[in-house]
Design a protein around this ligand. Structure first.
Ligand code: ADP
Length: 315
């Protein structure tokens, strides 16, 4: 039985050493919000299954091989006739990264209700948690229906649903995003959002009002990510804030996904909210302190590393 089932678009990624238009070299890797969370969780020792689609091409093989190497279950990663999507990262100036997507018509966006139904049917037992993000429904009607189906099946099986709002403004019009994300956040047990995203995905005039409206619905927890300022977890017992871990930030992309992996890991381990949040800000800090979306994420044994004094040699 997987601890967590997640679904979404996973792409090949190219990280250019310089400006793309000038040519030169790029490193190949794998990217996608849900895949980042999946890898973050397997690094911490949890069992994760991924539902998605890649193309019948070498980028698809790269994705499959990488997820498998990281211990993510790929039985429900289908090979589709459409090509694997590609995302290109170019650090234009220190601290500013240009992200260029080539995902139109790609395999990941052809995720369907059938993919989700087949994945659930093939599981020996239901997952404890379903993790979804707002990226998937923004990819088109098919993926949006697939997310709905996943929520329905997860709830019917007694799994908890975690939604990371993860709004991608370039993928869909704001009114549609607002409607779909509000509907999904009303059904999720755990809602994770940045301050801006919370305003998009819930009713209420200010943060306390928005949190209250979610906690009055299905959600038992709402977690607001505040970048370098840390995060706050809201439950029926009140609010708990935690500052970010002081690290030298070299690449902030993927921090939110790493944070979610840490939070869900704490939840799976039965940790109380304060310790879940502590693990989440730790995994978030690991993500920003290293290059790549997921490459720098910690194993369980590495979690205490940020407590070591600067200059420590781990032998
Ligand atoms: P997203 O990547 O989704 O925009 P955030 O930027 O809010 O999410 O980052 C998620 C979490 O990662 C934060 O709550 C924080 O714990 C951690 N984090 C983000 N930026 C930094 C930073 N500069 N230094 C340390 N931790 C950070």
């Amino acid at each position: 039985m997987p601890d967590v089932l997640t679904l979404g678009e996973v792409m090949a990624c190219l990280r250019a050493d310089g400006q793309v238009k000038l040519g030169g070299t790029a490193r190949m890797s794998v990217a996608g919000a849900e895949a980042n969370v999946a890898i973050g969780l397997t690094r911490l020792g949890h069992d994760v299954a991924f539902v998605g689609a890649v193309g019948p091409d070498q980028f698809g093989e790269l994705v499959r091989r990488t997820l498998r190497a990281e211990g993510v279950g790929v039985h429900a990663l289908r090979t589709d006739p459409a090509p694997t999507g590609i995302v290109v990262f170019e650090q234009r100036v220190a601290g500013v990264t240009r992200v260029d997507y080539h995902r139109q018509g790609s395999a990941g966006g052809r995720l369907s209700v059938a993919d989700v139904e087949n994945a659930f049917a093939a599981l020996p037992a239901p997952p404890r948690i379903l993790h979804i993000t707002g990226v998937t429904p923004a990819l088109g009607e098919g993926p949006a229906l697939a997310v709905r189906a996943a929520v329905r099946l997860a709830k019917a099986a007694g799994a908890r649903v975690c939604l990371d709002v993860n709004h991608r403004g370039r993928l869909w019009p704001e009114d549609r995003a607002r409607r779909v994300l509000t509907e999904l956040s009303a059904e999720a047990d755990l809602v994770v959002a940045s301050e801006d995203e919370l305003a998009l995905a819930s009713a209420g005039d200010d943060e306390p009002g928005r949190v209250r409206s979610l906690l009055a619905g299905a959600a038992t927890e709402v977690v607001v990510k505040r970048g370098a300022a840390g995060a706050t977890a809201f439950t029926a017992d009140g609010a708990l804030s935690r500052p970010a871990r002081p690290v030298t930030a070299v690449d902030t992309i993927g921090a939110g996904d790493a944070f979610v992996a840490g939070y869900l890991s704490g939840l799976l381990d039965g940790l109380p909210p304060a310790e879940r949040l502590a693990r989440a800000v730790t995994t978030g800090a690991f993500a920003v302190a290293g290059h790549g979306d997921w490459e720098g994420l910690p194993t369980r044994a590495e979690l205490p590393m940020l407590d070591l004094p600067d200059g420590t040699a781990v032998r």
